[in-house]
Every structure is written in C-alpha cells, then in structure tokens.
Write a new protein. Structure first.
Length: 166
C-alpha cells in the first residue's frame, strides 16, 4: 500500500478555530494545532475575567470581546498567535529586520541612481539627517509620511520604494 502524505491547511497559523474564556485569560486554538492563553492582564480593556461580558470568533482572523462597559475589543490573530507559538515572535522580528534592510537598500540605491547625496535628500525631503541614515542602514522603519517625502524628493512614486525596482 502506498504511504499517504499529510496535507495541511495552507496558512493554518493565521486561522483561529476556538476561543474559550478561562480565569487566567483567553484559551486560543489555531487550525495547525497550536494553542495557548492570552492573559487578561495583556488586554487592558478587559482587565480580568470579571471585565469580560462576551466573546465572539466571527471569522478565523479576529476575536471580538465585549467588556462589561459594552465596548467591543478586537484581538487580531497575530496578537493571539505569539501566545500560542513561542517561535512566532522571533520569526516576525527576523522578518521585520529583513524588511527594514531591504527597504533601506532600496532607498539608498534609488537615492544614488538619482545622483543625490544623503544631505541633498535630507534637505529636499525635509527629514532629519539621522532618520535617513537609520532608514538606509535598515535600523528604522520609516513612517508613511517620511516615505512619501523621500519618494517626492526622488521624483518617484512611493510604490517604487515599497515594491518597485530601483
């Protein structure tokens, strides 16, 4: 008999399948079998089990809590995930660091191809010199307004900074 391979749900790490309120917090289970508890202390709008009125899981990507003041609190899947998967935060931090380096390289390459010095770009984009240096070195993720200012100063659409080739 031929061995059957295991087929898993694609992107199961993003899909929550169950949420149960417990005394210590929300017990959350994901489609890939990961589970954990989101402590109420990390949800200030609720505070503790007594501050929770209702829990909903309207879709696999968010939990809706209703507190005793009848306020809705949205808990996205990625917030819950890091309580259920000890490696999740490490992977996301590595991905974020890589993304900042890629963006920084793109900004520097586009600046150089436009024939601008760092000082010229800082002046024309009206941004602090340290910000441009940190962005180009991949140490800082710029705000959207900063990216727009850099794009305008380089005469390029902001999309080129985010996804376009230099």
């Amino acid at each position: 008999m031929k061995a059957m391979k295991v087929v898993k749900v694609r992107n199961a790490e993003t899909m929550m399948v169950a949420v149960v309120p417990r005394d210590e917090g929300l017990s959350v289970e994901f489609a890939d079998g990961r589970s954990g508890v989101v402590p109420f202390k990390d949800i200030p709008e609720v505070g503790d089990r007594g501050g929770l009125y209702d829990v909903e899981l309207p879709n696999p990507y968010e939990i809706i809590l209703v507190n005793i003041r009848d306020e809705k609190v949205e808990i996205p899947w990625d917030f819950a995930r890091h309580y259920c998967d000890p490696n999740y935060r490490v992977r996301m931090e590595a991905l974020t660091a890589r993304s900042k380096r890629i963006l920084g390289d793109r900004v520097r390459e586009m600046r150089e191809s436009a024939g601008k010095t760092p000082g010229e770009l800082v002046e024309s984009a009206n941004i602090p010199p340290g910000d441009l240096e940190d962005i180009e070195r991949g140490k800082q993720a710029p705000r959207l307004a900063t990216l727009k200012a850099i794009a305008v100063a380089l005469g390029r659409p902001v999309e080129d900074l985010l996804a376009g080739a230099p």
